[in-house]
Design a protein around this ligand. Structure first.
Ligand SMILES: [Fe+2]
Length: 254
């Protein structure tokens, strides 16, 4: 079986009560509907990537809720924080769940792919910013990756503009350092996977694909400068295989 399938869930924006809403959307319900949809399919994924903005209210209960709900799948869940998360509370709650692992880097030998996670959050900032320790970790992970293997980067913030002014305001601010590290490493980075933008975008920068996953909470309208939202949950299913191949399917529910 020379492939590795990943379920990507992002920007769930959960509250400690199902009654609360964001932009008029009940995000807990949309997440529950998403899981119900996934459970009804035979996706057979190997792992889950949870790419930030998990909680909207930063409460321990919101993190406990998602941990309990995702434990159902009995797969490893690699998580990174988003700008709306409290990474201390998040880490504290998730450390109590065996299946939850903070995203750092791992290698799947049978498909020859490295997965390298970046924490793109900066305290009290909604835009992304790679802190010194995140840059050092990125540099170390790239250095340690085999030159003959392919690499997928995973981060919350988008490192290039998606063309939506509402969300491009909150881009990864020091993206130049990120791209510089990748270029300098001379390693085979094929793709950057992100969340944060609340929409599905498939872009390219210097021959590297930059692909975002729709949120399970709500999507922002394309090309908008206002807060236009679509109350449609979405997610992605990834498939990575040998010789640097990857593909994905984007799902919207409703
Ligand atoms: Fe975000």
């Amino acid at each position: 079986m020379h492939s590795y399938k990943i379920l990507q869930l992002t920007d769930t924006h959960l509250f400690d009560s199902d009654e609360y809403s964001m932009y008029g959307v009940k995000t807990n319900k949309n997440f529950a509907d998403t899981l119900k949809f996934i459970k009804g399919k035979d996706f057979n994924f190997n792992a889950i990537f949870l790419t930030g903005d998990i909680s909207q209210d930063k409460t321990p209960k919101s993190y406990i809720m998602i941990a309990e709900m995702l434990s159902f799948f009995n797969k490893t869940i690699y998580w990174i924080p988003g700008n709306h998360d409290d990474s201390t509370i998040m880490a504290e709650v998730f450390s109590k769940y065996e299946l939850f692992k903070q995203g750092r880097s791992f290698f799947i030998e049978r498909i020859n792919w490295h997965f390298i996670f970046c924490d793109s959050t900066f305290p009290n900032k909604d835009s992304g910013y790679l802190r010194d320790n995140a840059i050092a970790e990125l540099s170390r992970s790239l250095h340690n990756a085999n030159a003959s293997s392919c690499i997928s980067m995973i981060m919350h913030h988008h490192p290039i503009k998606v063309g939506v002014s509402l969300i491009d305001k909150y881009i990864l601010e020091n993206a130049d350092i990120f791209w510089e590290q990748i270029t300098q490493s001379k390693k085979q980075v094929k793709i950057v996977i992100c969340g944060h933008v609340h929409g599905d975008y498939d872009l390219e920068n210097n021959g590297i694909r930059v692909i975002s996953c729709p949120a399970t909470s709500l999507q922002f309208g394309r090309g908008t400068s206002k807060s236009d939202v679509d109350n449609i949950p979405g997610f992605k299913l990834w498939k990575f295989s040998l010789e640097g191949n990857f593909s994905y399917e984007t799902y919207f529910i409703r």
